[in-house]
Write a protein that binds this ligand. Structure first.
Ligand code: OGA
Ligand code: NI
Length: 305
């Protein structure tokens, strides 16, 4: 019981920001502060309509409820990042649960390959295109606030980090061993920024001050994770949040992550203006080289290591 109460108290501390407030200065400051201290926050009244969120989550859920054979229509080929695939298979020894994944680019149009977008349900494409427009506006707004929080032009972060948008839908089927099994291992996201929706099954946990905090489920809220590339361009001012997920014994958990990331050949390092008075903490790196090292767990030759 005591532990439960502790968890409640802890989870309530993750910043929740109402961005419809007329005092936009205050909103901007709250976003900057949450990014400095936590690297994660929840946005409410963010302007993406509940109806659209419902339709967007419905088409994703309906896709995952198709038969395996029907889902294979958009199977991920070995040489592609995009498509439907099993991300992890239950392994009691490694303590990982089953996670299925649908992954495809959503922006810009030149990066979109509709052969990886489900044709069933029929309105999948229309709904995803509308959600993409809305989520892109929201992410650009966040990047403006974060740029100004660094004393830079409001376009600065978007120009480096906002090149591509990907959708990653995670599907965590019920797992009989939720006490030993995790959904996703502790990690930071490789992208610049992640905008996340989940279904009503809680499971996301974030790390701060040597403790794990549960992220409370707030219907229709957008959870924003600051990720590695914004950590790097901000020279460490904004945190890349360490997070992991749990699984549920009886119910299926789903999450929809939009990853905002630089294009492959973009060089990402601290903004020059930020290293005039402060030493650089990171070496500039081409984004695709960064991913290469991260997915293989290779060390980074950063200046602080
Ligand atoms: C991820 C992730 C969180 C979630 O896909 O990188 O952290 O809630 N997902 O499923
Ligand atoms: Ni993640």
């Amino acid at each position: 019981m005591v532990a439960d109460r502790d968890q409640d108290r802890l989870s309530s501390r993750i910043p929740i920001i109402d961005i419809s407030s007329p005092d936009q200065e205050l909103v901007a400051r709250a976003v900057v502060k949450a990014s400095e201290e936590w690297g994660v926050f929840q946005l409410v009244n963010h302007g993406i309509s509940r109806e659209l969120i419902q339709r967007f989550q419905n088409v994703g859920r309906r896709f995952f409820e198709l038969s395996e054979a029907e889902k294979k229509a958009v199977a991920k080929p070995d040489d592609s990042r995009e498509g439907y695939a099993r991300r992890y298979t239950l392994d009691l020894e490694k303590k990982i649960g089953t996670v299925d994944q649908l992954y495809h680019n959503i922006w810009p149009p030149s990066a979109v390959n509709y052969s990886y977008w489900p044709k069933n349900p029929q309105d999948y494409r229309e709904v995803n295109e509308e959600y993409t427009r809305q989520v892109k506006m929201l992410s650009e707004k966040i990047m403006e606030w974060l740029s100004e929080g660094l004393g830079l032009r409001r376009e600065a972060i978007n120009e480096v980090v906002g090149g591509e948008y990907l959708l990653n839908v995670n599907y965590y089927p019920p797992c009989p061993h939720p006490d030993v099994i995790e959904g996703l291992d502790a990690h930071t996201d490789v992208s610049g920024l992640t905008l996340l929706l989940t279904n009503e099954i809680p499971g996301l946990q974030v790390f701060k001050d040597e403790q794990w905090f549960d992220v409370e489920y707030i219907p229709f809220a957008v959870i924003v994770n600051i990720s590695d590339q914004i950590l790097r361009i901000s020279n460490g001012k904004y945190k890349s949040v360490l997070h992991k997920t749990t699984v549920d014994k009886e119910r299926t958990r789903m999450s929809w992550a939009v990853l905002v990331r630089p294009t492959n050949d973009t060089v990402v390092g601290p903004f020059p203006q930020l290293i005039v008075d402060n030493p650089p903490k990171f070496k500039p790196m081409v984004y695709k080289d960064y991913i290469y090292r991260k997915v293989r767990n290779l060390p980074f030759v950063d200046l602080d290591s």
